[in-house]
Design a protein around this ligand. Structure first.
Ligand SMILES: [Zn+2]
Length: 530
């Protein structure tokens, strides 16, 4: 670590050491990198990254869920580092924090219930709803077969106003027990005009059973509800359809007195693609769905380094990573988020230290920003671009780092760790992409993998991290990423599994690419509009 040098570079001895160091650093690189950035490059080490990440992904940070105490604690740690490095606090009231309000909506389990023929069941007991819609509905019930069963116009009219009950999933997935098939069933839905409740009957056993589905939805954080920026329009909150999962036991209660069972209805609907809906005239059903809405506070952490050039210093290079993760589940199991995105957060801290350690200061200004709300839908970066601290039209580039600590699936097969996925680098400025390429050749020589740069890639990674909010505003971006792996969004994403030295090489590349942007004697050339 070289941050102490920053305060002592005036001494003759230190100048000598520095000069010797710069010389040695240059020898180490095959193609020569800009010697004025060498000390910064050298200062980024696996040891430092490891130190940060073991703190960020520790029990005490509790998975850093946005607006929760663990996230706030992580924010204070990052702010402390920014302060130690001598960065300028450019957040609210000259702090390192840019605060924003979020609205959280979640099911009120206490006041939600389902009544079938006079018997009332509490939420979670053989029924659960996933819609954040405040409503109480009493309506007649119609069973329609599978979610994809089509109705003729006369029947469509007839079932309007009914509570629709279907088998879980489309008919052609009925026998599919794979995990992909399960996801297809779980999220299959139908919308019947004039009907406002869809209840799907879960399977008797296995991963599509009621209890297993409740667990799966919980692991997606559905029991935590939804978070959005306060005052944001639209989103899922105004959804019209009340979506309900029903256990076979509850479904039998609906069928009481009809002479049918879940098993016979299932068999009939499976055998007949033109299944005729069954009107359950004996079923008296009321469902009440109650929603709690509350406002909470979250923060981005921002540290600023002013540029050294009087002309260029009003332009800024922005380094980002999200420091929030998923928190813990209902049983208190922590999702540590070491790779996602403790790795990027540690990298931004190391890059900030590199700028502080480097005796030559960049021409352009640099903003180091760790954002929260990413896992809730890129909220922190979305807030930032709506309330930019430095003008967006003066923002030269955004270099975003999200998950750079592990080996993704396809490189596991190749037993190769000498790579990094780069996404978005040529989309707004081809010049940025060529700076990235030359930075890599002059320093760490990783294989730059552009696989996910394709916007049609089914993973859609280009749209899935914070750089996208900058790209939407016409700001050139690079997103650095090492790929999804077995521990992605699992409690097992822990810091002991991170490849710290490889992460340091990626960190050096990110630092140096941003450095090159900061030193340009002209604005980064943007591609002609499509
Ligand atoms: Zn994530």
């Amino acid at each position: 670590m070289f941050s102490v040098l920053r305060n002592h570079t005036g001494s003759i001895l230190m100048r000598f050491i520095l000069a010797a160091f710069l010389f040695l650093s240059n020898v180490a690189f095959c193609q020569s990198s800009d010697p004025s950035a060498a000390m910064g490059i050298e200062s980024i080490t696996g040891t430092d990254l490891r130190k940060h990440l073991f703190i960020l992904a520790s029990d005490s940070m509790a998975g850093r869920e946005t607006s929760m105490p663990g996230q706030q604690k992580a924010a204070r740690y990052i702010a402390g580092e920014f302060q130690r490095l001598g960065l300028k606090p450019v957040g609210d009231s000259n702090s390192f924090f840019q605060r924003y309000d979020v609205e959280v909506s979640r099911i009120n389990y206490v006041s939600s219930f389902l009544t079938i023929n006079g018997a009332t069941t509490p939420w979670g007991n053989g029924y659960l709803s996933t819609s954040l819609k405040e409503t109480t509905i009493t309506a007649p019930v119609a069973f329609v077969g599978y979610t994809d069963n089509k109705l003729d116009p006369a029947m469509k009219q007839k079932i309007a106003g009914h509570i629709i009950v279907s088998i879980l999933g489309p008919r052609n997935r009925a026998a599919d027990t794979t995990s992909e098939g399960f996801m297809g069933k779980l999220f299959a839905t139908r919308r019947d005009s004039g009907s406002f409740v869809l209840m799907t009957i879960t399977e008797d056993t296995g991963r599509a059973s009621f209890d297993a589905i409740a667990t799966t939805l919980g692991s997606f954080g559905m029991d935590k509800g939804q978070m959005r920026l306060k005052g944001a329009a639209g989103g899922g909150f105004q959804q019209q359809l009340l979506r309900v999962y029903l256990s076979p036991t509850r479904a039998e209660e609906l069928l009481k007195g009809s002479g049918m069972t879940v098993a016979t209805l299932r068999a009939k609907a499976l055998a007949d693609s033109a299944f005729t809906p069954v009107f359950l005239k004996n079923a008296a059903v009321t469902i009440a769905n109650s929603v709690i809405r509350e406002t909470r506070v979250a923060e981005n952490v921002v540290g600023f380094l002013e540029g050294s050039d009087p002309v260029f210093k009003d332009q800024v290079v922005v380094y980002t990573a999200h420091f929030d993760h998923l928190g813990s589940n209902a049983s208190g199991v922590i999702f540590y988020g070491a790779d996602d995105d403790g790795s990027g957060t540690s990298t931004v801290l190391e890059i900030a230290e590199a700028y502080a350690a480097n005796p030559v200061k960049p021409k352009r200004s640099v903003l180091f920003m760790t954002v929260s709300g990413e896992e809730k839908g890129l909220l922190g970066s979305s807030y930032y671009v709506q309330h930019p601290i430095l003008p967006l039209d003066k923002t030269a580039a955004n270099l975003n780092t999200d998950m750079v600590g592990r080996i993704g699936y396809s490189y596991q097969k190749k037993s190769d760790e000498n790579y990094v996925y780069v996404i978005g680098s040529d989309k707004i400025s081809k010049e940025l992409d060529s700076l990235l390429t030359s930075s890599n050749a002059e320093t760490v020589n990783l294989h730059l993998d552009y696989t996910y740069n394709d916007e049609n890639d089914p993973n859609r990674f280009y749209f899935r991290s914070d750089h996208y909010n900058f790209a939407k505003n016409g700001i050139p971006v690079v997103f650095f990423f090492t790929g999804e792996h077995q521990d992605y969004h699992k409690p097992s994403d822990t810091p002991d599994k991170i490849l710290y030295d490889r992460m340091a090489r990626i960190g050096r590349l990110i630092y140096y690419t941003g450095w090159k942007v900061a030193q340009l004697d002209h604005p980064l050339a943007k591609n002609p509009a499509k």
